[in-house]
Design a protein around this ligand. Structure first.
Ligand SMILES: C=C(O[C@@H]1C=C(C(=O)O)C=C[C@H]1O)C(=O)O
Length: 251
């Protein structure tokens, strides 16, 4: 049986899927925030799970080598837009775009521990809000700003300025009891992704109209990510876990 793989419909995730359908893997579209549940209830066997969700699924899912997604110095698509400077967001209501999971925890860590402000609530975008978190392709489309919210912060950049580290958003996981040959196939398609998937994004000849991006902008955006997690990214994960623990303690 072909593995069912969670497909995140974001531009920066496209390299991962470059070789998958051709090799017989079945893609199931999911926002990052829906991947963990889909993994738990058997809708998918593998996928780039948000870092925070990966922590709690480790008994049934194992990492696929070092594959994952990290921003190096900034994301270009994970933004907080605010009506006032971030230091003034004490008691503010923060809207959160569908899809956010680890990025929401990154926002909480930054607000409470870096900027020392405690918002009053995290709400949906349909409810009134003083600031909001944008991710994925909607974040990309709004990269030049959001009307009514003059302050804009790239969360990957805020994290990098604070820690000097990249930020890890997701890691590839596969069901521990999946067939060994299926696991090997998945891993191999991800190695192809690292080379050919990323290269394909560097060699686009036409603009991505829906995202208002020229080929060169796509290239620069993709260059801002790492698709394989090494020592520095591992240290970044540990640093983030340390802050998540601190967040629990101050609550
Ligand atoms: C870098 C981004 O991060 C995405 C957001 C994630 C999350 O919030 O859990 C997980 C993986 C990424 O696909 C983005 O949205 O641009």
């Amino acid at each position: 049986m072909a593995l069912k793989v969670g497909y995140v419909p974001y531009l920066h995730a496209e390299p991962f899927y470059f070789d998958m359908e051709r090799r017989g893997l079945e893609l199931v579209e999911k926002l990052p925030s829906a991947l963990a549940e889909a993994a738990e209830n058997g809708e998918i066997d593998a996928g780039p799970l948000p870092l925070v969700d990966g922590f709690r699924l480790q008994d049934r899912f194992e990492p696929v080598s070092g594959f994952g997604l990290a921003s190096v110095q900034k994301t270009g698509s994970v933004f907080l837009y605010a009506s006032q400077p971030v230091e003034a967001l004490q008691e503010a209501r923060i809207g959160v775009m569908d899809g956010a999971s680890t990025s929401l925890w990154l926002l909480k860590v930054l607000l409470q521990l870096k900027y020392q402000v405690q918002p009053s609530a995290y709400v949906t975008l349909q409810e009134p809000h003083d600031a909001f978190l944008a991710v994925g392709n909607r974040g990309l489309r709004q990269r030049r700003g959001a009307r009514g919210f003059p302050q804009q912060y790239d969360l990957g950049e805020a994290w990098y300025q604070w820690t000097g580290l990249p930020f890890v958003f997701s890691r590839w996981f596969v069901r521990r009891d999946a067939d060994a040959r299926d696991k090997a196939l998945l891993e191999d398609t991800l190695y192809v992704a690292l080379e050919d998937g990323v290269n394909a994004m560097y060699q686009l000849s036409s603009p991505r109209e829906e995202l208002l991006m020229l080929p060169r902008e796509v290239m620069l955006y993709i260059q801002g990510f790492r698709y394989f997690l090494r020592m520095t990214e591992q240290r970044a994960i540990e640093q983030f876990q340390h802050y998540l623990k601190q967040l629990e303690e101050v609550r």
